[in-house]
Design a protein around this ligand. Structure first.
Ligand code: UD1
Ligand code: UDP
Length: 368
């Protein structure tokens, strides 16, 4: 068998964090693979941060990001950008990741060109097309058209089997996000903001989901502030997503409160090291729900649904919805009740051992 031409396509921060480890492993096998990296640029600065950290230089960049971009802009930009690229390169397989509009549109472009698609992080489901929106559709859409299913867990494999996907095309690999985490967290890590937080319980906050923009996000921030005002031994760090709608809401609700620092998106190396050292996390992020269990950090998930039930089952994650009172009560309990905190802070490993990329590469080589 000759060399396989593998084109990885990704465009946002979380995709990049979970695809860069795979790029690295593929590039260790130049005899078996020609590895091409195409970024759509759905994110710009937040994508570049990750590429710099992992020293990955894309072969192609579709530059799709526009301020205030809509799903129409991203989808049409990716489809139009991918066509000439696929014509020119004719890859043997296109690898996409997860559930973003980049993932869906680039998989669709490959499908239109009749290029086989491999889906990294296949099979996650909430079974509610509106939550998370539009991610649940994106993920199901990619799984409709792909040829290789790289499922992170047995639960995601089962979701795929329930939809009659062929067992022989599904590989349970673990999540490549854990591969990334094993390279970033360091014992000797130092940062001025860790010095600032020393002696306090450090809370990490992130939020960005499209369905939480507007009033839900304001409710989240008000609840967090109220709880922290009642607990003088807490400090919080909140690296705000670059979406101006998120930034405006965060500044409106949280400015002028010294114990909560609003900062720019953190480099993934910094963020993972803060995650490893914090007391607990409040977030609506997907990726953080995978990272926190392996670090034994309790997460209050400010959403109504999750496609990552493994962390809930292992006890590290708790879905708290987006009502102000729901978040207020759950956050207060976790700070005031040592037994509740203890029960949520046992490390577990539902998302793998940090070798997911190797398993994907083995499968692409034709391994069982
Ligand atoms: C996207 C994904 C979401 C993923 C999230 C990770 C879709 C529909 N959404 O949502 O699944 O969880 O990324 O963060 O694919 N912006 C910048 N610079 C950046 C990044 C974003 O300025 O580096 C601003 C732009 O104004 C942009 C806005 O943020 O218009 C929103 O970005 P977009 O990618 O459309 O949505 P996300 O909420 O980031
Ligand atoms: N992350 C980061 N810097 C930050 C906040 C998060 O590097 O300031 C990382 C985090 O560790 C996780 C990923 O970004 O790996 C999650 O990305 P995001 O929340 O943007 O998207 P989601 O996972 O919800 O799709």
């Amino acid at each position: 068998m000759g060399r396989k031409k593998v084109m990885l396509v990704f465009g946002t921060r979380p995709e990049a964090i979970k695809m860069c480890p795979l790029v690295k492993v593929l590039k260790q096998h130049p005899d078996k693979f020609e590895t091409l990296v195409c970024v759509t640029g759905q994110h710009r600065e937040m994508l570049q941060q990750v590429l710099d950290t992992f020293c990955v230089i894309p072969d192609y960049d579709l530059h799709v990001m526009r301020p205030g971009q809509t799903l129409f802009d991203i989808t049409s930009g990716v489809l139009a950008g991918m066509k000439p690229l696929l014509d020119a390169e004719q890859p043997d397989v296109v690898l996409v990741h997860g559930d973003t509009t980049t993932s869906f549109a680039s998989a669709l472009a490959a499908f239109y060109q009749q290029v086989p698609v491999g889906h990294v992080e296949a099979g996650l489901r909430t079974h509610d097309l509106h939550s998370p929106w539009p991610e649940e559709f994106n993920r199901q859409g990619v799984d409709l058209l792909c040829d290789w299913y790289f499922a992170p867990t047995e639960t995601s494999r089962q979701n795929l089997l329930n939809e009659c996907k062929p067992d022989s095309r599904i590989w349970v690999t673990g999540n490549t996000g854990i591969d990334a985490l094993t390279t970033t967290v360091r014992q000797d890590y130092r940062h001025p903001l860790l010095d600032w937080a020393r002696g306090s319980r450090l809370i990490l906050v992130t939020a960005h989901r499209r369905e939480n923009l507007g009033e839900p996000m304001h409710r989240m921030f008000r609840a967090i502030r109220r709880v922290m005002e009642n607990h003088p031994d807490t400090k919080a760090l909140y690296p705000i997503h670059m979406n101006p709608l998120v930034r405006n809401a965060a500044h409106e609700e949280l400015d002028g409160f010294d114990r909560l620092r609003l900062v720019d998106p953190m480099d993934v190396l910094d963020f993972h090291n803060f995650l490893a050292r914090c007391h607990l996390v409040l977030t609506d992020s997907g990726g953080i729900q995978e990272e926190a269990p392996s670090l034994g950090k309790p997460v209050l998930v400010m959403r109504d649904t999750t496609e990552r039930p493994e962390g809930v089952d292992s006890g590290t994650l708790r879905l708290v919805g987006t009502s102000e009172e729901g978040i207020f009560e759950a956050f207060t309990e976790l700070l005031d009740d040592p037994a509740a905190y203890e029960a949520m802070s046992r490390a577990s490993n539902p998302y793998g051992d940090g070798h997911a990329s190797e398993r994907i590469v083995h499968a692409l080589c034709g391994g069982a």
